[in-house]
Design a protein around this ligand. Structure first.
Ligand code: AGP
Length: 620
């Protein structure tokens, strides 16, 4: 393939790879198909445009596959007519570039359905492998790279019809292992076979979690909520590892086939936390949860906070690293460390961090900030820092995630599952932890706690129905605008950038954030009659300057929406926030989250599943 075409092709595949959902069941229950399809529905928030399920019949030992484009909808399994079986797997796929066809939906099978595969990720060398397999007589049905995996595994089993269940499982494991060694790229695979009632899963770069239920019952999923109603006891598959679930579990290293020991970890999420409950969308539910999540976040063991603070104080350079919203949180934190602890902290986006590896020494400290703990760019930054011998820490929501396991020390933000693509409660919890750390570095942990406890209770009062109504009224006023701008200064400048992300991702309105002082160096040229501009104000030394910036914008026709503790004359519209000192970034971002949500709903966008985006970006 010419290089450019190949590039576009991989880009397209990469975008497919981002959002797929995976769930499998192996156990005593005979309604495996129903279990995995219900689990798949719990992953719907990831977005998808086709789906499929494979079940191994207890009666015939054959594998039935059912796949469709569109949404799963209300499940009526009677219409689907899947066999009774206690081994099944399901997959949801999101294609952004063509290819939304039943044939391309997963699962994919080898010739004669002997091997069935579901897959997240990209098999980069699939074209070469496909040609090789075609020469050997394999017939391909779909246009996907995944189908290659099914044929390749089958190829390694060709002519092998071994007797004895144990041996058949062993041969399947070996065939999968051989195939994995041939396939390039970041992926997660699940493999079933008509040969035996085992399931084999492998990971290289794309997360897979194994849930251990009662009596030899197992689940495998890309996301814990898919099986949380059955078990909270999980094991994590690491990169270059595979697992065989066969009534028990055996983990192996893919390279040498040697057994790997795994620890069972208990997840502290409750199944109902991963449901929408009385809310129409996850996004609004998660915004409202901020009434309690800040309290949970700061309720940390003093010893842990002090250990991290001590490491920051002693490090020869601390780097806060995150992507997207988490990156903006890191930026805000650097202002807080400067102001509260008189400390300089370096901030880098995950994707840019490798460019600074020259400065990383074994006494450097990298703190990865993330909701999912699976963002590929942030993980790469950690890998780069690790190679240089730096200390690794993380502030993360998903316990047991790759970052959590990779870090020397982790602070869990305890926000509970965040399912809407737009991060809300995880953002403010990360901000709360970093604020606390800044105080701890200054030897003022108790003062920090006081500020944050006060902010948390003020947020509880702020998020009332009247407040929501007021913001929804504003959303109706501006729902048709083409562009919006957000400005802030000091610790609210990164929040202006974060506000823009929130507005972009769910409302699809063109939004940009600026440092107030930068306006006159260019961006003010964008302001025309009626352009909405949100001004984030803190009651601190930046207040009068940012208000002056608002006046400059208003003089050019801008419509000023002030997010501030007090009303200012320049505001056309005032969104009141509590005066909470250094917790200002936390309270100022919440009304913008609400506004973005309301705009999304008014503009008939699905706020939980914005176009082209994935909750967790596990590819580079
Ligand atoms: C947030 O609204 C975005 N969806 C996105 O920028 C996100 O913050 C980013 O991808 C990082 O994710 P993480 O926190 O899971 O690492």
């Amino acid at each position: 393939m010419p290089q450019l075409a190949r590039l576009f092709f991989y880009e397209a595949l990469a975008s497919l790879a981002l959002m797929c959902g995976i769930i499998a069941y192996k156990g005593k229950r005979t309604n495996a198909a129903e279990i995995v399809l219900k689990g798949l529905k719990k992953l719907e928030y990831r977005g998808y445009d086709s789906w499929g399920v494979a079940v191994r019949s207890n009666h015939t030992k054959q594998i039935s596959i059912y796949k469709r484009t569109g949404k799963i909808g209300e499940l009526n399994l009677k219409n689907i007519k899947l066999p009774v079986g206690n081994l099944a797997m399901a997959h949801s796929r999101w294609a952004t570039h063509g290819g939304v066809t039943q044939k391309n939906a997963h699962p994919h099978a080898s010739c004669g359905n002997r091997i069935v595969v579901i897959h997240n990720g990209i098999i980069e060398n699939f074209l070469a492998l496909k040609k090789e397999l075609q020469k050997k007589g394999h017939k391909f049905i779909s246009e996907t790279d995944t189908e290659v995996a099914a044929h390749l595994i089958e190829e390694y089993l060709k002519g092998l019809r071994v007797e004895g269940r144990g041996l058949r499982v062993q041969k399947l494991k070996e065939a999968v292992q051989k195939a994995l060694k041939r396939m390039e790229g970041r992926s997660a695979f699940l493999v079933m076979s008509t040969d035996c009632d085992a399931i084999v899963a492998a990971r290289r770069g794309s997360p897979l979690i194994i849930g251990k239920g009662q009596d030899g019952e197992y689940f495998i999923a890309s996301d814990i909520p898919a099986f949380l109603q059955y078990t909270n006891r999980v094991m994590y598959l690491d990169d270059n590892e595979m697992v065989v679930l066969d009534g028990g579990h055996e983990f192996y290293n893919v390279s040498d086939g040697k057994s790997v020991k795994k620890r069972i970890v208990e997840i502290h999420w409750k199944p109902e936390q991963a449901e929408k409950g009385r809310f129409p969308h996850f996004m609004i539910k998660e915004i409202m949860e901020q009434k309690e999540t800040i309290h949970r976040a700061i309720n940390q063991e003093e010893k842990l906070i002090m250990r991290v603070a001590d490491s920051i104080n002693k490090a020869f350079g601390t780097y806060l690293v995150g992507c997207g919203t988490a990156g903006k949180v890191c930026m805000a934190a650097s202002y807080l460390f400067s102001k509260i602890a008189k400390k300089h902290i370096n901030v880098e986006f995950g994707s840019e961090f490798p460019n600074f590896h020259h400065f990383i020494k074994n006494r450097s400290l990298l703190i990865a900030v993330s909701q999912s703990g699976e963002t590929a760019d942030t993980l790469e930054a950690m890998e780069v820092a690790r190679k240089k011998g730096a200390k690794l820490m993380t502030i993360v929501n998903v316990e047991g995630s790759s970052m959590d396991r990779m870090a020397d020390l982790a602070i869990h933000i305890k926000a509970g599952p965040e399912k809407a693509v737009a991060s809300t409660k995880a953002t403010t919890s990360q901000l709360a932890i970093l604020t606390l750390l800044a105080y701890a570095c200054a030897g003022k942990l108790n003062e920090g706690r006081k500020v944050l406890v006060e902010a948390a209770s003020q947020i509880n009062d702020m998020l009332n129905p009247r407040y929501e109504k007021y913001i929804s009224m504003l959303a109706r006023k501006i729902k048709h605008v083409e562009s919006m701008y957000v400005i802030g200064r000091g610790m609210n400048f990164p929040m202006a950038l974060e506000s823009a992300i929130k507005l972009q991702e769910v409302s699809y309105i063109h939004a940009e954030g600026f440092a107030g002082g930068e306006l006159k160096h260019g961006p003010i040229a964008l302001i025309s009659q009626g352009t909405p501009c949100i001004v984030l104000v803190a009651n601190d030394e930046t207040r009068s300057d940012v208000i002056s910036n608002a006046i400059e914008i208003k003089a050019r026709g801008g419509f000023i929406i002030g997010v501030a503790p007090q009303r200012e004359e320049v505001f056309d519209y005032w969104i009141r926030v509590p005066d909470v000192g250094n917790a200002s970034p936390i309270v100022n971002i919440i009304p913008v989250q609400l506004l973005a949500y309301q705009l999304a709903v008014l503009r008939k966008n699905n706020p939980d599943m914005p176009r082209n985006l994935a909750k967790s970006v596990t590819v580079k």
